[in-house]
Design a protein around this ligand. Structure first.
Ligand code: KG4
Ligand code: ZN
Length: 335
């Protein structure tokens, strides 16, 4: 089977062709970064207009790279939420049009479930293990920070999430205060590589009775307050400050994830979402976890449509499909 994946939940217009084994035939991500960077964040109306402009070209390019035509597609899988409604609509309406014109099945997918399936794409060893379940999955992106117990394919239980900001959001705001554009994560990582992570201790909160819950709003405020009050350090120790802030985020994520893995006696840990591209997080978790840690290939850490295509196939295989009434959702639970 050849599955066309369409992902437009945020600011990337992403299209991919994947087969039923999770082999990626082509993967196109048309970044809108240049259109948003002067605004310090994503402007929803610009995002939807650009999706509308770019999506046709992205599909043509994806087919060309794979050497396929529209008629070769067996299933269309599209992100239905959570995300920006104006952006999601462009992807979903395009998917419906293709499904209608080709008379091929259509399926709407939760973006976060898509991120989980980035672990099963192509090369990573997880796709080769017969029964890797149960797994603890840390979903960590610009909009979400969740710990999910994955008991089997398509079977999830959210055991913890952030009470306020997502980890990526805290990093992005911290970077923005330093004058960097969106996304801030890769820039903080780059600055922090040569820095001393012990330079400054930022607050690391834990919640009594809620061991798997996160909060990044206090850390974000403490980070920005530190930058405001210490201009000399910002000038002379920027690398150290970035490393210290990054380390705090990584330590918080690692501590909760390992605790969940031990408590739920899982066979492994998966880390997905944009922040899973972070080298310090990858290294710390891999070193400290008592079970094997599975990570997506870096290209599939950040938003892409290959993960949406594979998750769509898993649902379709179980007999599910949507019709032309498929809607979009700004908020959507994974359970
Ligand atoms: O999954 P994603 O591409 O989009 C959302 O669904 O949100 O995640 C984007 C987030 C942004 O907050 C970005 O700063 C962060 O992922 N990010 C990183 C890195 N690459 C992307 N954070 C830390 N280190 C990175 N290397
Ligand atoms: Zn995402």
């Amino acid at each position: 089977m050849i599955i066309l994946g369409i992902e437009t939940s945020c600011d990337d217009t992403a299209i991919s062709l994947v087969n039923e084994k999770g082999t990626v035939l082509s993967n196109v991500v048309s970044s809108q970064e240049v259109f948003h960077k002067n605004f310090g964040g994503i402007v929803p109306e610009i995002a939807s207009r650009k999706h509308s402009e770019l999506i046709g070209y992205a599909i043509t390019e994806t087919l060309k790279i794979a050497g396929k035509s529209l008629e070769d597609i067996d299933l269309i899988s599209v992100t239905k939420g959570p995300g920006l409604v104006g952006s999601l609509i462009i992807g979903v309406e395009t998917a419906k049009a293709i499904s209608f014109a080709l008379n091929k099945p259509l399926i709407g997918i939760n973006h976060l479930e898509g991120h989980i399936y980035s672990l099963f794409l192509g090369g990573p060893k997880l796709s080769k293990i017969k029964n890797p379940f149960p797994l603890i999955i840390l979903i960590v992106s610009g909009g979400h920070t969740e710990l999910v117990l994955m008991e089997n394919h398509l079977k999830y239980r959210v055991i913890g999430r952030t009470r306020d900001d997502a980890a990526g959001e805290a990093i992005d705001k911290f970077a923005r205060f330093l004058g960097y554009g969106y996304p801030g994560g890769p820039l903080i990582e780059k600055l922090g590589i040569n820095g001393n992570p012990e330079f400054h201790k930022f607050p690391h909160l834990t919640f009594k009775g809620s061991p798997y819950e996160f909060s990044f709003s206090g850390l974000k405020t403490a980070g920005i307050y530190f930058l405001e009050k210490n201009p000399a350090a910002v000038k002379n120790n920027l690398n150290d400050i970035a490393a210290s802030f990054e380390k705090t985020v990584v330590d918080i994520l690692t501590e909760r994830t390992i605790r969940a893995a031990v408590d739920y006696k899982v066979k492994g840990i998966g880390v997905v979402g944009g922040v899973s591209a972070n080298k310090r997080l990858r290294k710390t978790l891999t070193t400290e976890a008592p079970v094997e840690v599975f990570l997506p290939e870096k290209t599939f850490s950040t938003d892409n449509a290959a993960m949406i295509a594979l998750a769509g196939y898993r649902h379709f295989e179980r007999g599910e499909k949507d019709n032309l009434l498929l809607d979009v959702y700004s908020r959507l639970e994974i359970e």
